[in-house]
Design a binder for this molecule. Structure first.
Ligand code: NAD
Ligand code: LMR
Length: 338
């Protein structure tokens, strides 16, 4: 018997064990915080992803139930559950991709930065585990405040001597998903046909939609630009207020997280032309981290695209975004320095 919750393959006569050990095609993915509001639907969607061969579900509570439930889905991935700090290393060993939605969500009236005091320590501990057990894994950070938790992850990896800027990505995909939806509504298009680059970071004014670069090419009135910019920047708060104390976006976030994780896995597989927005270590601006379009490949982030031509409204937005981002990044860096 193993010390983790090996829901499939816990009996010697089950050949799933051989499939898990024998290198069936696909990637090994761990979700840290898998029993949470994001974690559960994310785990379900990852179990449906044909690129995933092994799915590790880690949490400090309730992971046995979530693992048992999800393991009954008749899709390819072998699911294993891990509960509590003492099983973190088993959960991480051998992983190709680690997705982190662990941590507390906002309640009405809070900013994402109000989550720093609790979530910074959670992300730090989890990243120490990653540095030890799967230092080459691609890491997708969802836990807020992303503008600070990604710098925290980077500092932990630097201290451990494992930092690879190409493999650490803050997930800003929900901003793009929202922007596509809201822009499609205004234009009367199918959201699946719309692509809006969203750059900067993942909080308030740091979320900078580049409406001048929307595909398919289009133009907006000043009123539409103001409405869309504000709705995209405040999309998270819109959900927090609608949930009225019961948390923040979970279902749209799980959708966005799996869309982003799938892009990372297609990159790892060697697919060409996989481009998404993410908050990464960057030289696009003078800041050490910035969200922009990146090309994903076998090594993670293989190319970071310049911002391209910005209009006057976007240039003003960029300056505001950089000011707030600089202090959020510094807050994360100094947390680990302590
Ligand atoms: P939740 O409270 O429903 O779930 C969080 C889970 O994390 C819980 O199951 C909890 O047990 C677990 N957890 C706590 N400490 C842990 C630890 N040390 N190790 C492993 N797991 C631990 O919250 P949620 O709604 O799923 O949100 C999670 C985080 O994601 C929040 O910080 C939230 O702000 C953030 N978020 C980010 C985005 C984004 O776009 N990046 C979008 C939505 C939410
Ligand atoms: C979001 O954008 O929905 C998340 O960052 C959660 C939040 O606190 O708004």
């Amino acid at each position: 018997p193993t010390n983790h919750l090996q829901v499939e393959g816990s009996c010697n006569i089950w050949r799933a064990d051989c499939r898990a050990k024998g290198g069936s095609p696909g990637f090994k993915v761990a979700i840290l915080g898998a029993a949470g509001g994001i974690g559960q639907p994310l785990a379900m969607l990852m179990k449906m992803n044909p690129l995933v061969s092994i799915l590790h579900l880690y949490d400090v509570v309730n992971s046995p139930g979530v693992t048992s439930d999800i393991s009954h889905m008749d899709t390819g991935a072998v699911v294993r559950g891990f509960l509590g700090q003492q099983q973190l290393e088993d959960a991480l060993t051998g992983m190709d991709l680690v997705v982190i939605p662990a941590g507390v969500p906002r309640k009405p009236g809070m900013t994402r930065d109000d989550l720093f005091n609790i979530n910074a320590g959670i992300v730090k501990t989890l990243c120490e585990g990653i540095a030890k057990c799967c230092p080459n894994a691609i890491v997708n950070v969802i836990s807020n405040p992303v503008n600070s938790t990604v710098p925290i992850a980077a500092e932990v990896f630097k201290k451990a001597g494992t930092f690879d800027p190409e493999r650490l990505l803050g997930v800003t995909m929900l901003d793009v998903v929202r922007a596509n939806t809201f822009v499609a509504e205004v234009l009367g298009l199918d959201p699946r046909e719309v692509n809006v680059p969203v750059v900067g970071g993942h909080a308030g004014v740091t979320i900078l939609p580049l409406l001048s670069q929307v595909k398919p090419p289009c133009s907006f009135t000043q009123e539409e630009i103001e409405y869309l910019t504000s709705r995209i920047q405040n999309g998270g708060t819109e959900v927090v207020e609608a949930k009225a104390g019961a948390g923040s976006a979970t279902l749209s976030m799980a959708y966005a997280a799996v869309k982003f994780a799938d892009a990372c896995l297609r990159g790892l597989r060697g697919d060409a032309g996989v481009v998404e927005c993410a908050f990464v270590s960057s030289q696009v601006t003078e800041l050490p981290f910035f969200a922009s379009k990146v090309r994903l490949g076998r090594n993670g982030v293989e190319e970071i695209y310049a911002l391209g031509p910005l209009n006057a409204h976007e240039r003003v937005g960029l300056e505001k975004a950089k000011k707030e981002l600089a202090s959020s990044i510094e807050k994360g860096v100094s947390f680990v320095g302590k």
